[in-house]
Design a protein around this ligand. Structure first.
Ligand code: AMP
Length: 371
């Protein structure tokens, strides 16, 4: 079984590692260079997208900001999963909001902005404070503004207008500011036969809009059931096949969807050591038409993102339940370079292990860890 992944980053790399034991060969199309590469070595394997499409049995994606021309070519081959519409919705907040509404899934109140008049209308309908998000190209908190007072609208409008003018078909989605208690996410898979298997929710901490810590949650049955029902509605409404991640705001025990990722997700990396089958294997199983693997939690687990660092104290590996995953990337400030999965036998032990691991690490580089 040969799976072509659009995108050649760490997610394709981890799919490749997870696919090998099942004899699933993963190769990656680097959308930037147009090369088809091996996801681990980045060595060029094939020339051109069309050759790769012919060579593959299934095509999938590891990110959503993919030119529509490329998605359309893949769609025509009849090999693309989950669906190219799902990928397009993941890359355009307008389509994403429409999808959430049509699936009847609760999300933050919003208004679309294309002009200064729309901004006034947004203030009237959504209310203040509000979060303004670019429709295209927004991820990890990029392309976002906060508006607290009506008087500030004239001040931020020129910046928003200039931002929109830089990209074709750009717009801004104004969203009510949600006073959430915490952020959680659900990662799950839907198979070709419609079977669904979801992982336990993870509680996520973001630093400057970027995920820094995810902890698998245990014992939250009501919240888990709520998230699972929303997952089911969304996945079934799209006839989705593969892993889908949903990010939520938890507001007093009621979940509101923040955004979706039609792919394996950073907040699901803990599944590599903490679940019976990891999200990468389950995505491959789903798109290959195999039965889904169990998503059961094996033990309390957390994931710490390594951002902008290419070295960690080697002593860290002497910790018996600490697993480091590097992505083999060149160091750049803030770049996702790898992650650390930390497991424990009990929740209390996980907290104490996280504190021990934090003591080895630079607080400036790992601010989400309690010390
Ligand atoms: P996003 O790129 O949409 O995930 O936004 C990045 C981060 O901004 C989220 O993880 C939240 O912490 C925060 N955020 C986004 N939208 C809202 C909102 N409507 N209300 C409050 N905080 C938000």
């Amino acid at each position: 079984m040969k799976v072509l992944v659009l995108g050649a980053g760490q997610l394709a790399r981890m799919m490749s590692l997870a696919g090998a034991p099942l004899n699933i060969e993963v190769f990656a199309y680097d959308v930037g260079t147009g090369n088809v590469v091996h996801p681990l070595t980045q060595q060029v394997m094939l020339k051109g997208l069309n050759t790769a499409i012919t060579y593959s049995d299934v095509i999938t994606a590891e990110f959503e900001h993919i030119p529509h021309e490329i998605l359309d070519i893949c769609e025509q081959s009849g090999k693309f999963l989950p669906t190219t519409d799902a990928i397009k919705a993941g890359g355009d907040r307008r389509l994403e909001k429409a999808l959430l509404d049509s699936a009847g899934v609760a999300n933050a109140k919003y208004h679309l902005i294309n002009s200064r008049d729309d901004l006034t209308a947004a203030i009237d309908t959504v209310g203040l404070p509000m979060v303004l998000k670019s429709a295209l190209g927004g991820y990890d908190g990029k392309g976002q503004w906060r508006l607290k007072q009506r008087e500030d609208a004239d001040r931020i409008w020129p910046e928003m207008a200039e931002f929109m003018a830089q990209t074709d078909n750009q717009a801004i989605v104004a969203e009510e500011f949600v006073p959430f208690d915490r952020e959680v996410s659900l990662v799950g898979a839907r198979g070709k036969n419609g079977d669904i298997a979801v992982y336990p929710l993870a509680e996520n901490t973001h630093t400057d809009g970027v995920l820094s810590l995810s902890v698998a949650l245990t014992g939250n049955e009501a919240l888990q059931n709520q998230a699972e029902a929303m997952f089911r509605s969304l996945a079934e409404s799209m006839d989705y096949v593969g892993v889908l991640a949903i990010e939520f705001f938890d507001v007093g025990g009621k979940l509101l969807v923040n955004e979706i990722a039609p792919r394996v997700h950073n907040s699901g990396h803990w599944t590599q050591q903490g679940a019976e089958t990891c999200q990468f294997e389950n995505h491959l199983r789903a798109v290959a038409g195999m039965p889904l693997g169990s998503t059961a939690l094996l033990r309390p687990t957390a994931m710490i993102n390594i951002l902008g660092e290419d070295r960690l104290p080697t002593d860290l590996l002497s910790h018996p339940q600490c697993h480091i995953h590097w992505y083999g990337k060149e160091k750049r400030p803030g770049r996702k370079m790898g992650h650390i999965n930390v497991c424990a036998d009990t929740q209390e032990q996980l907290d104490s292990s996280l504190a021990t691991i934090a003591s080895y690490l630079d607080p400036a580089a790992f601010p989400a860890l309690k010390r």
